[in-house]
Design a protein around this ligand. Sequence first.
Ligand code: HEM
Length: 462
Amino acid sequence: MSKGNFPPGPPSIGSHPLQQYLYYRRFLADPLGGVTRWMAEFGDVWFRRDGDAHQYFIANPDMIYEILVKQAPLFAKGPVYTSEKGGLARFMGQGLVTSNGEFWKRQRRLVAPAFHTRRIAAYADTMVDYTLDRIDGWQDGATLDIDDEMMQLTLLIVGRTLFDADTSTTVNQVKRAVEVVQRASNTASLLPYWVPTPLRIRSYLANRMLDKIVYEFIDERRATGEDRGDLLSMLLLSEDENGDRMTDIQARDEAVTLILAGHETTANALNWTWWLLAQYPRVEAKLHRELDDVLRGRPPRLQDLRNLPYTDLVIKESMRLMPPVWSISRVNWVATDVCGYTFPPGTGSQILIYCVHRNPDIWEKPNDFIPERWADDSIDEIPKYAYLPFGGGPRICIGNSFATMEANLLLATIAQRYRLHLIDGVEIVPQPFITMFPRDGLPMRLEARKPVSSCEPAAAAI
Ligand code: HEM
């Protein structure tokens, strides 16, 4: 063990590949149970040696602030993101999520205008219109895989708003690719990365398929040379300080990154919201009341969001209990200290968003779904980095306002027209891989609601 101050934690795994493999297989069978048990045993920070590597597990807001904000330049994205061999970069290449340093900074500057407040406001109507289109095909009493519905909807929306492209013919292929990306990033293997296991062959094919979709967008736009003012035009037409434009490969990496990061996360935020609402009828009824009072049966528009505070709290609280990105990680390559603990070079930090969101020393009734907690004065006492569904510091999610607006609009549009019920006897299992998703889908039964028309008193519908 290196000299220094380390908190207690579970025993080291050992450095033999077989020990590591067996350990990760066991851990990956129930990651949420594992980290929850550790938090109960060790508190909000614990430490473990994995062979030669040092690993911190963190659910402490002060340490999270140090790592993501105050000492951010020392804490980079590690190989789980950046490695072309075993990390996310296999799929996303060198895009915003998987790059570091000057390259990342330049890309962030380039992509940021597509997410400015004025810009995303223009996406609101597209979000609602696609949702209305989708639910027009729903039927009272039918059972649907809501996970499938949310994925398809958010993919169509990201395709149209950011790339001005119609992804309707490719939604199923992208969904399959996302499943492979998730699995490939969370499967323990004893074999060297170049051995073509069935999963690796599927990963390769998924990657080629993502290439095909995105290169079609790029080729079509390059052929016309048109500046449509969307993100794709920004990626293809912007020049750096030397007057150089992005290569097709760079544009491909950024486009794949934004498609992958930009739809599945929001779909899962909505998935878990439907799942929670179905278990908390009091919250659901209050949400319906607000929607009926304010919208009176018409589809929501951007300006309505400021009059739908409870809808926003429902999303906020849902992302506390079930954060779509449940954990993020960093590596420090230079020795440092964080809140008195020693971080030798090469230390991995797992920031457990799921755990800090449920840390019982911070939250009252941490495992209950209580949107009202966000409107209570006591919320001011919650430390800032105790709630971070979108991460924090310079690498905070670039799509956070886009996603929040989208989740609010989709929830308001759908909840006005439908109640979604869980199916008796069907257990919904959260699977935390890169994102946290319902492992076997989210079958739910639809019950049509009667929208309140503008001439009826709102209370009549409740
Ligand atoms: C509810 C929905 C979403 C959640 C919970 C979420 C969560 C996150 C989190 C936690 C991070 C930080 C990762 C880290 O620090 O390691 C992140 C980064 C990022 N997200 Fe999101 N995200 C969501 C929606 C979106 C959307 C809609 C887009 C784009 C359309 C997007 C694009 C990105 C990108 C590009 C990054 C990397 C930013 C950087 O490193 O500069 N996300 N997201």
